[in-house]
Design a protein around this ligand. Structure first.
Ligand code: AMP
Ligand code: ZN
Length: 113
């Protein structure tokens, strides 16, 4: 198993989980680009958004709900935050395990693209 996020799910890389349930976990990004920078991932290895099956679509809603809850817990829900999903090489995806970035705590002013 050489996927770093699968290793995190399996407890092989020591990481503090901010949230975990049967289907998903969340933890702080190791190289944060904002005061709040949290990664939300499915436990199952799904390589990217492009690999998401029809049956897995509800999982995305579940992960967005987790992100919204964490934004509240981090105290950034009112000020605002950004969710980012990079997909594939040109989309800027580096870790090939589907994940949502939750960014906030500063003005995320960089324009898309
Ligand atoms: P992406 O470019 O969307 O694939 O983003 C991958 C993110 O995972 C980057 O922001 C990395 O800093 C983050 N990352 C990589 N390894 C770890 C790790 N062991 N723990 C926490 N975050 C990680
Ligand atoms: Zn994986």
């Amino acid at each position: 198993m050489d996927c770093i996020f699968c290793q995190i799910v399996a407890g092989k890389v020591s990481t503090e989980f901010l949230y975990q349930d049967e289907d998903a976990v969340a933890f702080r990004d190791i190289h944060p680009i904002a005061p709040t920078h949290i990664i939300i991932i499915p436990k199952k290895h799904i390589p990217s958004l492009a690999h998401l099956s029809e049956e897995q679509l509800p999982l995305m809603g579940h992960m967005v709900r987790i992100a919204n809850q964490l934004a509240k817990r981090e105290g950034i829900a009112t000020q605002g935050y950004r969710l980012v999903i990079n997909c594939g090489k040109e989309g800027g995806q580096v870790v090939p395990h589907l994940h949502i970035h939750l960014l906030g705590g500063r003005r995320i002013s960089d324009k898309l693209g």
